[in-house]
Design a protein around this ligand. Structure first.
Ligand code: SF4
Length: 279
């Protein structure tokens, strides 16, 4: 392959990557060309294109010469050129779900017994591209009422801690290991967590944050499988797939034990320092 041809193909691939298309199939010589297809897909009549861009009735053995993309270049013509010589690529493939798709899949969930006592499914909220995700235990009465996570007194403390880090609540994402309020705010049971937590895992995968902060022991056990007491583990970072996880006390615990708020602040300072390089 000549240097010129190599450069041409690189420019062509870059152009298609800009469009979100990353897979290509070359039509076998002799299979004909997708002249009409190029017309359908581009909205251009091939006859209206410059002669140099029209599909040739005879297959050419080598890749076409395409000038590198320049400001003002006409992408539709370039697309028509490419389609006339190559099989049309499949639609761009997204490599992950969106939060909306996960919420849709959850639907009016009746998968576990917690559905019976809930008013609202509390899916999670805020930034779908957050660098930081907080995971709590489950919705309480205020959350069940409003359909939003961490909006009661514990939520207000969490908001203060987020501000303490110099961030806004809208910048992070907040969810729980179960999406429906356990009766009397009891800790969710294992089978309830096993049923509901896959949705949380999918949410985290959809967001791909830099850090997942487990608030409280149930979140720590669910995400990290750690059996030790949270007192020994809090304030530490762990590998979590391709990202990191951190363990902190649940704000509700701090409300019951206000002397521990200093520890919570220290832990949130660690989170702030961890995120700092990109902030
Ligand atoms: S807790 Fe989760 S799995 Fe159970 S009913 Fe609610 S949404 Fe469904």
């Amino acid at each position: 392959m000549t240097d010129r041809l190599h450069e041409d193909i690189a420019a062509w691939l870059e152009f298609y990557r800009d469009l979100g298309i990353e897979e290509f199939y070359r039509r076998e010589p002799g299979a004909g060309f997708a002249t009409r297809r190029s017309e359908v897909e581009t909205g251009l009549d091939p006859e209206s294109l410059p002669a140099s861009t029209r599909a040739s009735p005879t297959p050419q053995p080598s890749a076409p010469h395409l000038a590198p993309r320049t400001p003002g270049a006409e992408p539709r013509v370039m697309r028509a050129q490419a389609l006339s010589l190559f099989e049309a690529p499949p639609p761009p493939r997204r490599d992950r779900e969106t939060l909306e798709e996960i919420r849709q899949d959850l639907g009016d969930c009746q998968r576990c017994r917690l559905a019976q006592g809930r008013k609202t499914i509390v899916f999670g909220e805020a930034n779908p591209r957050a660098e930081l995700v907080f995971v709590g235990e489950g919705p309480g009465a205020d959350e069940d009422e409003q359909g939003l996570p961490f909006v009661g007194r514990a939520g207000q403390l969490l908001n203060r801690m987020i501000q303490f880090m110099g961030m806004k609540r809208e910048e992070v994402y907040i969810s729980n290991i179960v999406k429906c309020r356990p009766p009397g705010n009891r800790t969710p049971e294992k089978d309830e967590i096993d049923t509901c937590s896959p949705f949380l895992f999918r949410q985290i995968e959809a967001i791909r944050p830099r850090l997942v902060c487990c608030l409280g022991a149930p979140a720590m056990k669910t995400l990290l499988g750690i059996k030790e007491g949270i007192t020994r583990v809090r304030g530490q970072f762990f590998d979590y797939g391709s990202t990191k996880a951190f363990v902190a006390y649940h704000p509700a615990y701090i409300l019951r034990n206000p002397r521990e708020e200093k520890i919570l602040r220290e832990d949130f300072e660690k989170i702030r320092d961890f995120l700092k390089p990109n902030r």
